[in-house]
Design a protein around this ligand. Sequence first.
Ligand SMILES: Nc1nc2c(ncn2[C@@H]2O[C@H](COP(=O)(O)OP(=O)(O)O)[C@@H](O)[C@H]2O)c(=O)[nH]1
Ligand SMILES: [Mg+2]
Length: 288
Amino acid sequence: MNVSALPVRGDDPVPSRPSDRWVHPVVEIVVPVYNEARVLEASIRTLHGYLADHLPWAWRITIADNASTDATFDVARRLAAELSRVRALHLDRKGRGLALKTVWSESDADVVAYMDVDLSTDLDALLPLVAPLVSGHSDLATGSRLDGRSRVVRGPRREVISRCYNTLLHVVLRTHFHDAQCGFKAGRRPTIQALLPTVQDDGWFFDTELLVAAERAGLRIHEVPVDWVDDPDSRVDVWRTAIDDLKGVWRVLRHRRVLSVLAAGAIATVVRFVGMRSWVFHPGRVSR
Ligand SMILES: Nc1nc2c(ncn2[C@@H]2O[C@H](COP(=O)(O)OP(=O)(O)O)[C@@H](O)[C@H]2O)c(=O)[nH]1
Ligand SMILES: [Mg+2]
């Protein structure tokens, strides 16, 4: 694993912002990437500008590359060298879940999030995603394209597969969330770190497994309607992923691992209580 340094550069546009913005909580946004050299720079600059203009909390962006075979990591390193609130991480093994697990489990931020590099989700959903976590109202938050208030542009094949998959989860695993696979999620870091050891999948099923573990631990999941425009440039092999997801559902159904999930729930509840107390009683703690 190779994490680039966080250079402080005089030409970074962000430090001109008021110093009282750099207080807890810190929000860490992971952008997982695999062979995205073409779009990475434009997306990170868009995200960076948006966060600088809109996020009322301290933040950083972590680009997490797994095993890209194009120039993705070179672009990521260059962005990290230029922008002090961007860092780049390289892993040798593929898998979006692995990338998120790795960054989130080592994060010291208060809230951890991720979004797909294609920025399919309109960034105006970011504040509604993170705010209930900062306030302590919810433990996890996830975008939902299957909410009646969402505006979604995507092809019929992905729409049908998504609806069938989420209905299957609802019937077989008795889930209550509506859209497991939206690439736009966040959680309170202590809660996420308590859940991660119970999540086995390192690929696309990671998202589903995380939400199922959270629900079984009795945690509150906040669903945010999103504006989503599908990017046809996809890394997903739809049928292969569908089969892997079904295998994942079967595994979760067979091995409920009740004790580990209950343990995660207990830990998360304790951590949540401690976290809420520190935010409530020390809201002005300076982070850096
Ligand atoms: N780190 C990492 N990211 C991945 C991997 N596979 C896909 N991604 C990223 O996951 C995000 C979603 O992928 P995408 O192909 O847009 O999925 P789709 O929107 O469901 O078609 C993008 O940011 C990809 O670059 C992987 O193996 N590792
Ligand atoms: Mg996409």
